[in-house]
Write a protein that binds this ligand. Structure first.
Ligand code: AHR
Length: 508
């Protein structure tokens, strides 16, 4: 077994890793909302007010910090007034992006906010710039958050909700360069300023406005958005009129026409997917450098509000519903992304994996026939990394002996790691990307004394192992026994193709 050394100064905490990088995304797409979160009050599936309770219970295990809704591309077709009032009277619409199905609007604003309350999570509402008006957006935030007898607050009360909700996050459009209106960035930058102005802070609800940002490596889009506002505009040290800009990046091994299978892949495709995931770090560096030029104090947040794997849909399912399996490979794609988010904690304030249930790289899959619920391998990465929420990032220096694998002209390091500390604890995440070789990692722990440790590992015999209703725990975390004391700290044996977390108790 080959050896890598990871040097960690436990007494040099860096930027706080916002818990919001562990955010989620629920779009009106396929079976994410309908069948995933929402079954309706008359369903046999145990529910509270129509919301599936097994899904809520599972997601509570992850302490999900925020949930983005209603899109995605759907957001720029969505008119929020269609989703309030008696359900049987709500107008219908066509979900033109996703399967061209008829949407009956039975899941709307009240249902979404009830879901957030059940989950104990912050709402991230994605507003319509592409086909909606400034007035519509302005009235939505008034409806949601105003306490007095304003027209929208009165309408909300008439629909059964007295108290205003809290809405900490609001998206100004989505993918404005594409499904959100096919706009040029200069045009969108002006609109983002205008629309953001009318997403007002009502009744003490302070909104963090996120302008629709770039895709992948489109640095020009980021640059024009950064030029278009003054990071000190509000005079209170806060950026304005929007506070964050987004970035979308998906991992796939093929093309948009043939993205690759979720479970039938070669070893080369294993590495290719992980190289595409590791690319997130380089993207954050590049977009961050552009942002630094205009905002060296880092007042403007980078919000990666769509990321994850995008594979071909499962055979026999609706191509517009984006239902895909989720294997051990997806789990390692997630852990590699989180290492990047932790390393860029000074700029990346939020991230939202796409999407929570039954769509793309989901946490949960539900069976449309039996309603059985399965936690995916990706779910377990979120759970095992939960200790990083709001912890201070620690640098991890990987020294010597990190093997690499050439992938499409790039050298993919086969060990990925990140760490954080909170009080008298530290959490270290380690990923062995090597499809075949186990690896010893010596944790060279400096600056504080370690009094205890526990460790868990997520792996499986096969690279494409995944969970099903018949085998729900085929990929599930177990205690990692192979952690020994070492003169430098601890020595961890990582199985081939595995992800592990080591939790330390530190002397006070
Ligand atoms: O997550 C699926 C889709 O991917 C979203 O609707 C869109 O924003 C992106 O292109």
């Amino acid at each position: 077994m080959t050896e890598t050394r990871a040097v960690i100064d436990l007494d040099l905490p860096g930027a706080t890793i916002s818990r919001h990088v562990y955010g989620h995304f629920a779009e009106h797409l396929g079976r994410c909302i309908y069948g995933g979160f929402w079954v309706g009050e008359d369903s046999d599936v145990p529910n509270e007010g129509g919301i599936r309770l097994d899904v809520v219970e599972a997601l509570r295990e992850l302490k999900i910090p925020n949930l983005r809704w209603p899109g995605g591309c759907f957001a720029d077709d969505y008119h929020w007034r269609d989703g309030i009032g008696p359900r049987e009277e709500r107008p219908r619409m066509v979900n033109s992006h996703w399967g061209d199905v008829v949407e009956d609007n039975s899941f709307g604003t009240h249902e979404f906010m009830a879901l957030c309350e059940l989950l104990g999570t912050d709402a991230y509402i994605s507003g319509n710039v592409g086909s909606g008006s400034v007035q519509e957006m302005s009235e939505w935030i008034e409806y949601l958050t105003r306490a007095d007898d304003s027209p929208m607050a009165a309408l909300r009360r008439a629909n059964g909700r007295d108290e205003p909700w809290k809405v900490p996050f609001f998206g100004i459009g989505n993918e404005a360069w594409g499904c959100g209106g096919n706009l040029r960035v200069e045009q969108f930058a002006s609109l983002a300023r205008q629309y953001s102005t009318y997403v007002r802070n009502h009744a003490g609800n302070e909104v963090y406005r996120i302008a629709a940002g770039a895709s992948d490596g489109d640095l020009h889009w980021t640059e024009v958005l950064m030029k278009s506002f003054d990071p000190l505009e509000n005079g209170d040290g806060k950026a304005g009129p929007f506070q964050g800009i987004s970035l979308h990046y998906y991992t796939m091994t093929g093309t948009w026409q043939d993205k690759g299978s979720a479970t039938e892949f070669t070893t080369d495709e294993w590495y290719k997917a992980l190289e595409r995931a590791a690319f997130m770090d380089r993207l954050l560096t590049r977009h961050g450098q552009v942002m630094d030029r205009y905002d060296p104090a880092k007042r403007v947040g980078l919000v990666v509000d769509e990321w994850g794997t995008w594979w071909n849909v499962e055979p026999g399912t609706n191509p517009g519903f984006l239902y895909q399996q989720n294997s051990l490979r997806d789990a390692l794609v997630a852990s590699v992304h989180f290492d990047a988010f932790h390393r860029h904690a000074d700029r990346v304030v939020m991230a939202n994996i796409a999407q929570t249930v039954n769509v793309l790289q989901a946490m949960l899959l539900t069976d449309p026939e039996t309603n059985a619920l399965v936690r995916t391998p990706t779910f377990h990465v979120f759970a095992m990394n939960a200790g990083h929420h709001d912890a201070a990032a620690l640098d991890v220096h990987l020294l010597g002996g990190v093997p690499t694998r050439p992938v499409d002209g790039a050298d993919l390091p086969l060990v990925s790691a990140s760490a954080s500390t909170k009080g008298d604890t530290a959490l270290i995440s380690l990923t062995n990307l090597d499809a075949e070789q186990a690896r010893t990692v010596v944790l060279d722990l400096r600056g504080r004394d370690v009094v205890d440790h526990t460790a868990r590992v997520l792996s499986a015999d096969a690279l494409n192992a995944h969970n099903t209703p018949e085998r729900p725990d085929a990929v599930a975390p177990v205690v990692l026994e192979a952690v020994r004391k070492h003169q430098r700290g601890l020595e961890v044996e990582l199985p081939a193709h595995s992800y592990a977390t080591v939790e330390l108790t530190l002397a006070g």
